[in-house]
Design a protein around this ligand. Structure first.
Ligand SMILES: NC(=O)c1ccc[n+]([C@@H]2O[C@H](COP(=O)([O-])OP(=O)(O)OC[C@H]3O[C@@H](n4cnc5c(N)ncnc54)[C@H](OP(=O)(O)O)[C@@H]3O)[C@@H](O)[C@H]2O)c1
Length: 335
């Protein structure tokens, strides 16, 4: 296949939180289909917080993309335009963690996972059934092992990870789900669309008291997405033998100083279990997760707000907004 395509790249190396003007949309040759691989025409790509640190070479030891050459990393969903791989044919819908900001991706067969689009939108496979959904399931079902009757607290609750985690906790039988989020619009999504029992807006005065009032019997599962400060607060409300999963530190990814120390005394006093989570360890369980979550998405019992733009022109601005936490739900670019 010949022709041109568009691709998003860094203009130059950076060492701070990326902004829209760091990104250039350039024209490059459309790649050929590799031997034993596929050429995927992307329909949508995901914008995720980890890419902000990845662009600075500070994510899990992975290198930053080379400016003006490598596509900005992104997960994506698309259709196979050409195949030279057994078992994969033109028109098949696939998900890949190696999509990148580009119209077409030439990939080895091992880099794509075929997906069932029946009754679903490409965006569902980037949000509740994508990497954020897998993370939420790994946290709630596999690490915290949410049980019927659990009281669960989740911060960044309007996001794709937090919002999905609350709905999965509900599906697993949790009796009370409380969210923390920034601003009335986000809290409206958390209690309205995601059906949490309560959402505390930490930008309002007296929010710590409101949180205490929302947790009259405390909590026994916590999902931390934002900061050690919020983790410490969650631990103070924890019942003995509670479980906390440390999933993200969104407030600290681009800070100059490392986060303050872990409140060891609280963990001991509560006999709490604190678990770290890296979603990569669950990539080989995506089918098991999809079997659990796809029926919930199809029935409407698991939904995530979509914050999307169409086409590359508006993508850098949405990326900047997402990294600053000003989006709601799953940020993505439709192509
Ligand atoms: N461990 C893993 O393998 C794994 C995998 C996927 C994601 N994660 C992490 O899980 C968390 C949630 O991911 P997500 O994709 O669903 O993201 P998200 O919740 O859509 O976005 C992050 C949220 O963090 C909050 N936040 C607080 N302080 C912030 C700051 N200074 N800058 C930016 N955001 C700030 C914002 O929500 P409020 O305005 O409501 O505070 C923001 O919307 C992130 O920390 C992400 O890195 C971890």
């Amino acid at each position: 296949m010949t022709g041109k395509m568009q691709q998003g790249v860094l203009r130059a190396a950076i060492d701070r939180r990326p902004v829209a003007s760091d990104i250039a949309i350039i024209e490059t040759p459309r790649p050929d289909c590799p031997e034993d691989g596929v050429l995927v025409k992307l329909a949508a790509i995901s914008l995720d917080p980890y890419v902000g640190t990845r662009l600075r070479g500070k994510h899990m030891g992975e290198p930053a993309p080379v400016p003006m050459r490598d596509a900005i990393p992104a997960h994506g969903v698309g259709q196979i335009a050409q195949s030279r791989a057994d078992g994969l044919k033109e028109g098949d819908w696939v998900h890949t963690t190696e999509a990148g900001w580009r119209d077409y991706a030439a990939l080895p067969a091992s880099a794509v996972r075929t997906i069932d689009m029946t009754g679903l939108d490409p965006a569902d496979h980037l949000g509740p059934l994508g990497m954020p959904g897998l993370t939420a399931w790994a946290a709630m079902a596999k690490r915290a092992e949410v049980q019927p009757g659990d009281s669960v607290l989740i911060d960044a609750a309007a996001g794709a990870v937090g919002g999905t985690a609350g709905q999965i906790a509900r599906a697993l039988g949790a009796s009370r789900i409380t969210g923390i989020a920034g601003g009335p619009e986000k809290c409206a999504a958390v209690t309205g669309t995601y059906r949490f029992d309560a959402c505390i807006d930490y930008r309002t005065e007296g929010w710590r008291d409101a949180l205490a009032a929302a947790l009259p019997d405390g909590l026994n599962v916590h999902l931390e997405n934002v900061s050690m400060d919020l983790l410490t607060l969650a631990l103070t409300h924890m019942r003995p033998y509670g479980r906390a999963v440390l999933c993200g530190l969104a407030d600290q990814y681009h800070a100059d100083a490392p986060p303050p120390g872990i409140p060891a005394g609280l963990i001991i006093g509560k006999r709490a279990s604190l678990m770290g989570l890296v979603v990569y360890d669950f990539y080989d369980r995506w089918n098991e997760f999809t079997e659990f979550a796809a029926p919930l998405v199809r029935s409407g019992d698991l939904k995530i707000a979509k914050d999307s733009v169409t086409g590359w022109a508006d993508a850098p601005a949405l990326f900047e907004r997402m990294l600053a936490g000003k989006h709601i739900g799953k940020a993505m670019v439709r192509l």
